[in-house]
Design a protein around this ligand. Structure first.
Ligand SMILES: *Cc1c(COP(=O)(O)O)cnc(C)c1O
Length: 464
């Protein structure tokens, strides 16, 4: 499989290079040059296969640079590390309503599903190429924890994560700072998440620094972060009767990576009744799917912080298909976005996307009310991101299509929001029960590029 850039001018690359590169050199995102097909028989068979076998079957055509046996092994060991035997179990909430639990990985959010695999693939490819890399990331919480847990102790890779000092939750901070592996480095920046992201961008733009430490990134624009997420749409739908019965999905959305993975499953042949994009009050995507206008607004802090995003980076991948895979057209829209703060698509294109997508939005009060209602009805505790998804699902007139809401985080990851809504403080799962007793390790640095670069050179200098 070759990959092409959404902006049309970067070179085509194979899977391994797309994995290590992340962002394309023309500023675009890599997408597969074509969609491999799954037959109805393939999809039907998924209902009786273990998760790792479905994952291998679905992803292998995209990862054809990697030896098939090695790939199957890597996928199997990845999902052995999840603490539920079916990896992504379905729980019934109502007659036609299901919760897809994606939080049984080591850091209790769905990001583990892709990040755990990504780290193993990096290690495998770097070993074959006798290369090493430094991964630097900025996080508002979940991504940093998932990356640190996935990359700890992996050969050939150092991981440096910047988080804003005192601006992530205590669970999130401890998940990052209590990992003592020698290749893990936490930096708390005296600034905001936006400052951390700006620092990261400046490091990528400093070509000499970038080459010196062999800088790489694992944010959600990396194709290998998206692909593994297509798998659970297929396992869930097959369990509910696909391909004979179409299924709808409702997806708590921030950067549009997770819901785009549902689009990938559909592009491969899964009958999907609809993909509902659920946002909190940071609702640029909801406004787009309702009006065709994509316009940047201010970012508001909410109790579902992993969705507090205005520009949804993976949305560019959908736009690329929407304009007929015309890289020049995507580049023009992206220029409008940065110069004028937005763009609009015409009515025909909007109708085209609405054939597959719909959207919904829940504000803070609705989110809290939904957590409380589900607890009262079923005794179940929902995390606030998942509650946004369920609120959007229940906003639609019910029909006889089964609806699957993606459960993106474990409630214990956001205990304050859950306690506020239900009066109950969720317990951490056994594997993290002693999180509050573990020693923390991190460095506090000023919001200053030179200071942070010097620090990183000190950590990894001379290795690359
Ligand atoms: C990252 C995240 C999301 C948003 O996912 P995207 O792929 O960015 O749309 C939703 N919920 C939780 C808990 C997350 O960590």
């Amino acid at each position: 499989m070759n990959y092409i850039s959404t902006r049309g001018t970067a070179p085509e690359l194979g899977f391994e290079d797309v994995l290590l590169t992340g962002l394309a050199r023309d500023g675009g995102l890599y997408v597969p040059a074509a969609w491999p097909d799954l037959s109805a028989g393939d999809i039907k068979a998924f209902a009786s296969l273990p998760y790792h076998a479905v994952a291998t079957r679905v992803m292998a055509p995209f990862a054809d640079g990697i030896a098939p046996d090695a790939f199957a092994d890597i996928v199997r060991t990845t999902y052995d590390g999840f603490d539920h035997h079916s990896v992504a179990p379905l729980r019934q909430l109502g007659p036609n309503e299901w919760l897809l639990e994606l939080f049984h990985g080591p850091t209790l959010a769905f990001k583990d599903v892709a990040m755990q695999l990504l780290a193993r693939l990096f290690e495998h490819v770097l070993a074959r190429r006798s290369q090493r890399l430094t991964i630097v990331g900025a996080t508002s919480g979940d991504t940093g924890a998932a990356a640190i847990e996935a990359f700890r102790d992996r050969a050939g890779i150092d991981v440096v994560i910047l988080h804003p000092l005192d601006r992530v939750s205590e669970v999130q901070r401890r998940q990052m700072t209590t990992v003592t592996a020698a290749n893990v480095h936490n930096i708390a920046v005296r600034g905001t998440f936006d400052d951390c992201q700006a620092l990261l961008k400046m490091m990528f733009n400093d070509i000499a620094f970038r080459d010196e430490i062999a800088l790489s990134a694992v944010n959600s624009i990396n194709w290998a972060r998206v692909l593994p997420q297509a798998v659970y749409y297929l396992t869930a739908a097959a369990a509910l009767g696909a391909p004979d019965r179409p299924v709808a999905f409702c997806v708590p959305t921030g950067n549009f990576g997770d819901v785009y993975a549902g689009y990938v499953a559909a592009a491969m042949g899964l009958p999907v009744a609809r993909l509902v994009v659920a946002t909190n009050r940071n609702d640029i995507l909801h406004r787009f799917f309702q009006t065709g206008e994509y316009r940047v607004d201010e970012v508001h802090a909410t109790q579902s912080p992993s969705m507090d995003i205005q520009v949804a980076s993976n949305f560019e991948r959908l736009l690329f298909d929407l304009v007929g895979r015309d890289g020049a057209a995507v580049s023009a829209l992206m220029r409008d976005l940065s110069a004028a703060g937005g763009f609009a698509v015409d009515a025909a294109r909007l109708a085209n996307t609405r054939a597959r997508f719909d959207s919904g939005r829940a504000d803070e009060a609705e989110t809290t009310a939904m957590i409380g209602r589900v607890h009262a009805e079923t005794g179940l505790l929902l995390d606030p991101h998942t509650a946004v998804g369920l609120a959007a699902a229940r906003d639609r007139a019910p029909d006889d299509t089964p609806v699957v809401v993606l459960g993106t985080a474990h409630p214990a990851k956001f205990p304050d929001a859950v306690e506020k809504a239900t009066g109950r403080r969720p317990d951490l799962p056994a594997r993290l029960a002693d999180l509050y007793d573990r020693a923390e390790r991190y460095d506090v640095l000023p919001n200053d590029l030179a200071a942070i670069q010097a620090h990183i050179r000190g950590l990894v200098g001379g290795k690359a």
